[in-house]
Write a protein that binds this ligand. Structure first.
Ligand code: PEP
Length: 257
């Protein structure tokens, strides 16, 4: 675990106006000392329309923050009204893109096949996917969560090389814990995340499984991050609501203090 750099990624979803997006990025940069940002990788995931401004701030001032988008098209260009492609995000300097978030799976009917295409599209343009997997409450109550998440993982990684998989960040986000205030217990999170690492080890023999970073997401707050990060396979968190509050997000990033 020590060899993997922890990551705290803030998924802003469809929130903040333009000025607020700029202000939040600036507050994070001002509040987090360089040493902290070397220790923990901090990533912001703004709406598409704010990416250019966030890029200007981060690149212009050489801030040690990473940034990325919340979705991408599986296609590089073409007649896909309203979509944003991998090459467009790469031009904006995005290092990361969220793929397969449960809100897109639910509200945009994204299935495992499309999610796998998006993973490939991101990698093809040098952007690291933050691949989300996670079960709903019905699956959890039927105790099918581990199998369900491993199946989503298998489907998303099909046809990839070990080198490609090492670039991916995988977030376990139980749907019943997203935006609900219900956090999975640290044991629940470690159970699934441990199973994900084990599955990667089986599918890609060699160092891949030890290198890939695995995050937990779902109602993460400064009050629960320490116990979540204690999980031996948990390398960070994908944070929704709490990432919109600069002070709270900074407290999460400083979980070691
Ligand atoms: C998310 O949607 O990625 C998420 C984890 O949201 P929240 O932290 O608000 O539960």
């Amino acid at each position: 675990k020590e060899a993997r750099r922890p990551m705290m990624a803030g998924n802003w979803k469809m929130n903040l106006n333009h000025l607020e997006a700029i202000a939040l990025t600036q507050k994070l940069a001002f509040s987090l000392p360089e040493k902290q940002l070397n220790d923990v990788e901090v990533v912001v995931l703004p709406p598409f329309v704010d990416l250019r401004s966030v890029q200007t701030l981060i690149d212009g001032d050489k801030l040690l923050l990473g940034y990325g988008a919340q979705d991408l098209s599986p296609f590089p260009s073409g007649a896909y009204t309203g979509d944003v492609s991998g090459p467009m995000l790469a031009k904006l300097g995005c290092q990361y893109v969220v793929v397969g978030h449960s809100e897109r799976r639910a509200y945009h009917h994204e299935d495992d096949v499309l999610v796998a295409e998006k993973v490939k599209a991101a990698l093809a343009h040098g952007i690291a996917p933050i691949l989300c997997v996670g079960e709903g409450l019905d699956v959890r109550e039927a105790a099918g969560h581990v199998t369900y998440c491993v199946n989503q993982l298998d489907a998303a990684l099909v046809g990839l090389t070990a080198e490609q998989v090492e670039k991916i960040v995988i977030a376990y986000e139980p749907v019943w814990a997203i935006g609900t205030g219900k956090t999975a217990t640290p044991e629940d999170a470690q159970e699934v995340i441990g199973a994900i690492r084990q599955r990667i080890a089986e599918t890609f023999p060699g160092p891949t499984a030890e290198r890939v970073r695995l995050l937990y997401g779902g109602s993460v707050k400064s009050s629960n991050i320490v116990e979540i990060m204690a999980g031996p396979d948990i390398d960070g968190a994908l944070i929704g609501g709490a990432s919109l509050d600069a002070e709270e997000f900074v407290r999460i990033v400083r979980y070691k203090d």
